[in-house]
Design a protein around this ligand. Structure first.
Ligand SMILES: [Zn+2]
Length: 372
């Protein structure tokens, strides 16, 4: 059976919804059609013309890239510039392109977490919170005999989740009153007659993301033709997500030893650093790609060292003055592992759902820099 682009988008959204991305970013399907078929996915860091050629040669019809293909507004799409040529070629060969950038960095289990795990950080948390889930109180009125069925339906959609507890609700009993009118088909009562029923008021908490599905399921199992329910926005906040990870290293070590560990994990021969090599490091933060703007956040989080890429001269100077060590392992070097993370994620999901899609990893080196 042939699979469609929209099936792959669903798998990608499960890992990192588009809404997770930073406001300045541009993520999601950028070239192609949700209804196109997909048989082979090529995962890469950047889409260049050479990567499109690689996709064509290997019969890939879907590209998943980390960096957006379209970032700034495009004023023309001509073949005499690299971006225009590349997009033309993708369209000509019916190749769809999805870009998962800061949404993948931020997502739990995404690139920030992946690199933090690779570097052996423990007790990890978010370096800079970008979004906290909105919570709602959902109240529904149920005839007594049906309360468990409705409660179970709500819980199955994730309503009533508080910390390490699920299926949380509070119930009070009372009298529900209603009069069925012409055109109604009441489960209890008769038209034109005021009915009074012993009902349960069940209240539970639900996140914005799960609210719609919870309501749909609740209505589907509720016996009444018209389900009476209320939704109250809460000022409490739910789970937070954010960019960068902060954590402690397994055992205190010198900056020099930490550099060796970063080099070995990311397979690097050289990197840049700021700070005394003998400095003892306990707590670090990691922002893959370009993370110099998080120097202050690193200090606020009491980190000894920020591991990132793309640090400029004056930013390095500021870190030095603030007493923060920096390991600048490079933008490409801290993000190239996107390919294995994404390829492994997609392979696992595709296997679990028994989809007939193959996933391959790009072999094109897109790093414009050479260290000589
Ligand atoms: Zn990047």
């Amino acid at each position: 059976m042939s699979e469609k682009v929209k099936n792959v988008l669903r798998l990608l959204e499960e890992l990192a919804p588009k809404e997770y991305a930073m406001s300045w970013d541009n993520v999601g399907l950028q070239v192609g059609d949700r209804e196109d078929t997909v048989s082979r996915i090529l995962v890469c860091l950047d889409v260049t013309e050479a990567v499109i050629d690689e996709a064509v040669k290997s019969n890939a019809d879907f590209i998943v890239s980390h960096h957006p293909v379209i970032f700034k507004p495009i004023k023309s799409l001509l073949k005499d510039n690299p971006q225009g040529r590349m997009i033309h070629k993708a369209i000509k060969h019916d190749i769809s392109i999805y870009c998962g950038h800061t949404n993948i960095d931020i997502a739990p289990g995404g690139l920030n977490d992946y690199i933090a795990r690779r570097l052996g950080l423990k007790d990890t948390g978010i370096l800079d919170v970008t979004y906290s889930e909105k919570l709602y109180k959902l109240v529904v009125f149920i005839p007594e005999a049906h309360q468990e069925r409705v409660a179970e339906a709500l819980a199955s959609e994730g309503a009533g989740h508080i910390g390490n507890y699920s299926s949380c609700s509070f119930r009070t009993t009372g009298i529900g009153a209603f009069m069925p009118l012409d055109g109604s088909n009441p489960y209890i009562g008769t038209k034109g007659k005021l009915e009074k029923v012993q009902e349960v008021r069940l209240e539970t908490i639900v996140s914005e993301k799960k609210l719609k599905a919870a309501i749909n399921k609740m209505i589907a199992v509720h016996p009444y033709e018209e389900v009476a329910y209320d939704i109250y926005p809460l000022t409490l906040e739910g789970n937070s997500i954010g960019i960068g990870r902060v954590g402690n290293i397994e055992k205190s070590m010198s900056l020099s030893a930490l550099i060796d560990s970063v080099k070995s994990e990311l397979k690097l021969e050289k990197l840049k650093t700021v700070g005394e090599l003998e400095r003892v490091i306990n707590r670090v933060c990691i922002v893959n790609g370009s993370g110099a703007e998080y120097i202050q956040a690193a200090v606020r989080n009491k980190c000894d060292c920020l591991i990132t890429g793309d640090v400029k001269y004056h930013e390095a100077q500021m870190a030095l003055e603030l007493g923060l060590c920096i390991i600048d392992a490079g933008h490409f070097e801290t993000e190239n592992i996107f390919i294995e993370l994404m390829a492994n994620y997609l392979k696992d999901k595709i296997n679990a759902e028994d989809l007939s899609i193959e996933v391959i990893e790009s072999k094109i080196n897109v790093n414009p820099f050479k260290v000589i």
